[in-house]
Ligand binder design. Sequence first.
Ligand SMILES: [Zn+2]
Length: 139
Amino acid sequence: MKEYSKPLPPINEQSRPFWQATREGRLQLPRCDHCGTFHTYFEPWCSHCGKEGVHWEELSGKGRIWANCKFHKVYFPGFADVAPYNVAMVELDEGPRIMTNIVGLLTGALEEMPIGMRVQAVFEDVSEEVTLVKFKPVP
Ligand SMILES: [Zn+2]
């Protein structure tokens, strides 16, 4: 595996189920036991209803682009060779929104990834432990 020079997410007790699933090509998120809100952060409580108690639930990996932009500034040295690069917020069909990159585009121009475009999760192994979730257009 090629050396990965971009920042990697920390894996801890709360986030480990997420990263284990992505390693297996699955997308799952914590969901509140009480109000059903999906979370895109890894804590044992719910910021929506304030109660403690979440379980993991598998998602379809399908959604649509909710917001898009290009990062021109290099915030981390590892991104120097890919800037400018796209960053998108994808709204999953089940409701939660996650920050990601869109892959599989011809040039990477924003016109290729308009708001509302249907996308599907793809999984990219970047280290021994981490498999990132990115999205590609649904043909
Ligand atoms: Zn809740």
